[in-house]
Design a protein around this ligand. Structure first.
Ligand SMILES: [Zn+2]
Length: 378
């Protein structure tokens, strides 16, 4: 009997369909026209905006034109350029290029709107794939380094904003966003995840198509914990089918900082959303990590929940050790624990675990850890 061959792994097609070719051909044909029209409009703005000399932002006197040089930037339809005048105040030595501020572009850079699209692609795909997507979806030819830079800048801007917001709301003088309709209950779920960091003091440079050697394995101590919190309203769940609930929206807060930093950010986001009222109860869901529960006390009205998934993860670790990886027995054992925990029978589970007498030291240690964890639930 002939065996079935494995299905072919799907991949991004190199060959486009007939329709895609037609679509691309029209795009290619009209792209230069769009670029030309955009350039024409930029020229009009450049001319209108640079006829009059601006007032100095510091002393208010009229500034003098210093020079006019062409400046170019990359946009979705291609590269644009404009003659940009630089003005200077003789008294204060202040310089400015009002046209660049007006257009919101930077010399030699990717335009803001395109940079945001590239960063979005970099958020969902590796840089090399993001480059191919940029070409396929936008017809824009950029290299991976440009996409990396766009992602870095957007990420930095987001991190700065989050940090400023956190500092603003941590300051007791900041105006609380008073919301008389603040929800009765909000859920805050928080967790940490260790990420390996490639720490290099110098950038690696490639010469003449030489292939760079793979980066070395991460040494210990180069791991940092990314802490993430999710905020949601339990009232916003919808029942898509009987017994199945889905969330309409949730807010993600993330940082590479310490425990205080993530809690400051979460608190700021709660205030910003108007989710912190005088009577709001914050339901905190987390694993057994001490840093979470030490800070849960920041919320006066709260409910602490040790989440089931982490509780089961610990059960799995012991079950695999005891019954072997992928064994049906391990499966049944964890399943029973899950059912009992769901039914709130934590004490029963602990009592059962205590009656076990594992043979090896490794098993005994794993069991002791599991029992300790479940005492947190009790
Ligand atoms: Zn001045």
């Amino acid at each position: 009997m002939e065996g079935k061959s494995a299905p072919a792994r799907p991949e991004l097609a190199e060959q486009a369909s007939q329709f895609m070719l037609l679509e691309r051909a029209v795009e290619q044909e009209y792209r230069p026209l769009m670029l030309a029209e955009l350039q024409r409009r930029v020229n009009a703005v450049a001319q209108a905006a640079q006829t009059a000399e601006p007032a100095c932002p510091r002393c208010g006197k009229t500034m003098g034109r210093k020079d006019t040089r062409p400046v170019s930037w990359l946009a979705r339809f291609g590269r644009l350029s404009a003659p940009v005048s630089r003005f200077v105040c003789r008294a204060c030595h202040v310089q400015c290029r009002p046209l660049l501020d007006l257009l919101g572009v930077e010399p030699g850079r990717i335009s803001g709107s395109l940079a945001r699209l590239l960063a979005l692609m970099a958020a969902v795909a590796p840089y090399s794939l993001a480059v191919r997507l940029a070409w396929l979806l936008l017809g824009v030819d950029v290299n991976a380094m440009s996409v990396w830079r766009a992602a870095q800048r957007l990420g930095q801007a987001a991190a700065d904003y989050s940090e400023d917001l956190s500092a603003y709301h941590a300051d007791s003088r900041s105006q609380a966003i008073v919301n008389p309709d603040a929800p009765q209950t909000v859920v805050l779920s928080v967790d940490g995840c260790a990420l390996g960091m490639q720490v290099r003091t110098r950038r690696r440079h490639r010469t003449d198509g030489e292939k760079l050697p793979p980066l070395p394995t991460l040494p210990d101590g180069h791991f940092r914990e990314v802490k993430t919190g999710v905020l949601l309203l339990p009232d916003e769940r919808v029942e898509t089918s009987p017994g199945r609930h889905w969330l309409v929206r949730r807010f993600l807060v993330s940082c590479l900082g310490d425990a205080d930093a993530i809690f400051h950010r979460l608190y700021a986001q709660l205030r910003e959303l108007g989710w912190m009222g005088a009577d709001t109860t914050v339901v905190i869901v987390g694993d057994g990590a001490e840093w979470i529960w030490n800070r849960a006390t920041w919320f006066i009205r709260r409910c602490e929940i040790l989440d089931l998934w982490h509780a089961l993860e610990h059960a799995w670790a012991f079950a695999r050790l005891r019954y072997g990886d992928g064994s049906a027995q391990a499966d049944r054992w964890v399943h029973q624990i899950a059912e009992d925990l769901r039914a709130g029978k934590v004490e029963d589970v602990i009592a059962r675990l205590k009656r076990l007498h594992p043979k090896t030291a490794e098993l005994r240690e794993s069991l002791a850890g599991l029992i300790r964890y479940y005492y947190l639930l009790a």
